[in-house]
Ligand binder design. Structure first.
Ligand SMILES: NC(=O)c1ccc[n+]([C@@H]2O[C@H](COP(=O)([O-])OP(=O)(O)OC[C@H]3O[C@@H](n4cnc5c(N)ncnc54)[C@H](O)[C@@H]3O)[C@@H](O)[C@H]2O)c1
Length: 196
């Protein structure tokens, strides 16, 4: 399988690159390093089957050759990051998602969106099931992230129904582990609100 991973030098994306490469897949990792780190993928650079390209996926995805899977993980995810980069966050959730979907469409590839529990906003229901629609303030402090991801989900569904792209959406809840950024670790303190 040849997989394109956007945001592949980030916390989660780099682990996905590791896993796919270890099982023998080819990986094209695209990242603009806005919140990710080259150190996260440095051990893969030079390995057969791995290509890293520094690129802004909101501007376009230019990939030669066959593609079997597009995994769209690019987006600031930590509240301090997306509040520092509100326009970039909206751009990667909207234009970046559409660019990644178009690549999947022309390639006949499976498309997977890394979405978030934040599409539920400040939920009135606990725990949240997939049937719950959420409670989001469209102009609140988390809106650039929450609404970008909600738009990305809607766009993904529309490419599935209107264009026949094989799509999937993962709503990831708070995740932690090696390669998590220092700003996220601050967010785990008991006095902060890390939900994303
Ligand atoms: N970590 C979590 O707990 C969590 C929870 C829910 C959803 N998610 C989602 O998973 C994905 C990865 O999150 P993460 O925690 O690894 O964050 P991260 O900040 O470590 O990784 C995001 C990566 O995307 C890259 N990126 C951002 N904008 C880009 C652009 N325009 N072009 C190319 N690359 C770009 C960044 O440089 C970074 O490497 C995000 O889409 C996030 O919304 C994460």
């Amino acid at each position: 399988m040849r997989a394109v991973i956007t945001g592949g030098a980030g916390f989660l994306g780099s682990h996905l690159c590791d896993t796919l490469l270890a099982r023998g897949d080819q990986v094209v990792c695209l990242d603009n390093l806005s919140t990710g780190r080259i150190e996260n993928v440095a051990h893969m650079i030079g390995q057969p089957g791995f290509v890293f390209s520094r690129a802004d996926v909101s501007a376009g995805l230019d990939i030669d050759g066959p593609v079997d899977v597009v995994a769209h993980f690019a987006s600031a995810a930590s509240p301090p990051d997306y509040q520092r980069m509100p326009l970039e966050t909206l751009a990667v959730g909207s234009r970046g998602t559409e660019n990644a979907l178009r690549l999947a469409e022309v390639s006949g590839a499976r498309f997977v969106l890394a979405s978030t529990s934040e599409i539920y906003g400040d939920p009135a229901v606990h725990p949240q099931s997939e049937e719950y629609w959420g409670n989001v303030n469209p102009i609140g402090p988390r809106s650039v992230y929450d609404e970008a991801k909600r738009f990305a989900e809607a766009l993904t569904r529309a490419y599935g129904s209107a264009r026949g792209v094989n799509v999937g959406i993962i709503r990831i809840f708070n995740t932690y582990g090696p390669r998590m950024s220092a700003t996220d670790m601050d967010a785990l303190s008991p006095t902060s609100s890390p939900r994303r």
